[in-house]
Write a protein that binds this ligand. Structure first.
Ligand SMILES: [Zn+2]
Length: 498
């Protein structure tokens, strides 16, 4: 320890502390790989995702809260540190438990894998942000800052992590001591430069071989034998691209005669750079971010690019089918009911056959008809009780029976969306959700409360539910909704209900 530390601190008007410590809310001097520095973040997320909120929020509310906590809590910490795998797992476990169980004291089945929940809604997921990808996009921001800003901070980085080959990026940290945040950021180099280029102006600050002035690659990576044989491996673009009158030529010298494969590589190199000929000017060279129209980096744009890559991998592996996102997720229908239709599409609702597969011992008998085993296709399509409901209510909601399929997922996939301006079509759009939900509630009432309703009463409930959604969304006016419910009541309910 410095012998005059206290005196120096007085002179500089500051305090002194031992490392590791906390500076501006972030751990200083501690290894980000150690789980302990992440404990405050996990505790904060736990506090937001537990307690009364879990008990009283609907599934849709819990989903919104998970996304909101994800967008706010980890941002500060994850902008500087890369979370180790066990921390990512702990955070995802926390989110997953909150989503499916609500509160800690209620253990429930996690009906859909977390990987699927993280997919975009358009691909059959719930659109929950991926923590690892979010962390990567936040870290990559440092690459943008270091390449686009001319600040003391950037100069300090250039001195501490020198890079003789490029002016646009600091070098690799060589010592593991005192540089762990930059080591973590350095790992994001390839992800960042995949979507960024150095846009040539004068070409004076661009390394011909080592900078990405052509999208997708550096020349040293694309033509390694040519780069190894170059007389000037650190030549600037402006040294190599020469203007002769109105045309350009390349002044590249090699240390020896290239033969065989190296010669063919040389020919490919010239063909490649001629097809990507830059127009040099007196402007400054500058970095350009390709995914945004402003060509400025945003964390969101990189997150989206990384997500697209992940989706492309799933598509290549054939793990994604068409998903009817516009049918399942409709803004005017409560999210818990959209969620139920989402689960039904993925065949993840807890019908008796699903419970048996999960190890429950129970006699499987459909509670609506007491004749067949309960499984989703039977419950929603082929059960004689449900068939009667379909038949009664279809007349009132302008629904064409011929669309009904043998499989519930196929039915959801082929459900007509029609014209959003037409109130009758809004009715059809809402019908599927209302029917599945009311049949499910009737099934639960019979099993758990021993309450039984007739197909006519269930049909009335379906019609009333649709009317309430359309009135709340302003698709029909209140008096029209009341008239409709009145007519349904007269047509469907026995006199004792009137
Ligand atoms: Zn049945």
């Amino acid at each position: 320890m410095c012998p005059h530390l206290e005196r120096l601190a007085d002179l500089l008007c500051c305090d002194w502390e031992f490392l590791p410590t906390v500076y501006l809310g972030l751990p200083l001097g501690a290894s980000p790989v150690a789980g302990s520095i992440w404990n405050p973040l996990i505790s904060r997320m736990q506090a937001r995702l537990e307690g009364w909120k879990g008990k009283f929020l609907s599934f849709g509310g819990r989903l919104v809260l998970i996304k909101s906590v994800m967008a706010s809590q980890p941002t500060y910490m994850c902008s500087l540190f890369r979370a180790p795998a066990h921390i990512v797992q702990a955070i995802e476990r926390l989110q997953s438990s909150f989503l499916w169980s609500g509160a800690n004291d209620q253990k429930k089945f996690h009906l859909v894998s977390w990987e699927r929940c993280k997919r975009p809604k358009s691909l059959g997921g719930l659109g929950i942000p991926d923590f690892r990808r979010h962390n990567s996009a936040l870290l990559a921001k440092w690459w943008w800052k270091v390449a686009s800003e001319d600040s003391w901070w950037k100069r300090l980085m250039s001195v501490k992590y020198p890079n003789n080959e490029s002016k646009w990026m600091p070098g690799k940290p060589l010592s593991p001591v005192g540089c762990s945040p930059w080591s973590q950021v350095f790992k994001m180099k390839d992800e960042f430069w995949k979507f960024a280029i150095v846009k040539p102006g004068s070409g004076d600050n661009i390394s011909f071989w080592n900078d990405r002035w052509i999208h997708g690659t550096t020349l040293v990576d694309a033509f390694p034998r040519g780069a190894a044989a170059a007389v000037l491996p650190r030549a600037r673009l402006s040294d190599i691209l020469l203007r002769v009158n109105e045309s350009f030529s390349w002044d590249i010298e090699f240390k020896y005669q290239l033969r065989g494969g190296a010669e063919r590589e040389r020919e490919s190199l010239f063909s490649f750079i001629n097809s990507n000929l830059p127009l040099l000017s007196s402007d400054q060279d500058m970095i350009s971010w390709l995914p945004t129209s402003s060509h400025s980096f945003t964390v969101r744009s990189l997150y989206q690019q990384l997500s697209k890559e992940a989706v492309a991998c799933l598509l290549t592996a054939g793990q994604i089918d068409d998903f009817p996102v516009k049918t399942v997720w409709q803004n005017h229908i409560p999210s818990k009911i959209c969620m139920f239709v989402w689960l039904t599409f993925h065949r993840r609702i807890l019908t008796q056959d699903a419970l048996k597969r999960k190890g429950w011992s129970l006699p499987n008998r459909c509670s609506l008809c007491i004749a067949n085993e309960e499984e989703p296709n039977h419950l929603f399509l082929h059960c004689r009780f449900t068939e009667e409901v379909w038949s009664i209510i279809s007349h009132f909601v302008y629904f064409d029976h011929r669309i009904i399929r043998r499989d519930i997922s196929d039915l959801i996939k082929s459900w007509p969306l029609l014209d959003p301006q037409n109130p009758k079509d809004w009715c059809t759009r809402s019908f599927l959700h209302a029917l599945l939900w009311c049949v499910w509630i009737e099934r639960n009432n019979r099993i758990f409360a021993e309450k039984f309703s007739s197909p006519s009463v269930v049909s009335f409930k379906i019609g009333s539910l649709i009317a309430s959604w359309l009135v709340a969304a302003g698709k029909i006016d209140k008096s029209c909704g009341e008239d409709w419910i009145h007519n349904l009541r007269r047509a469907l309910l026995p006199r004792s209900f009137l």
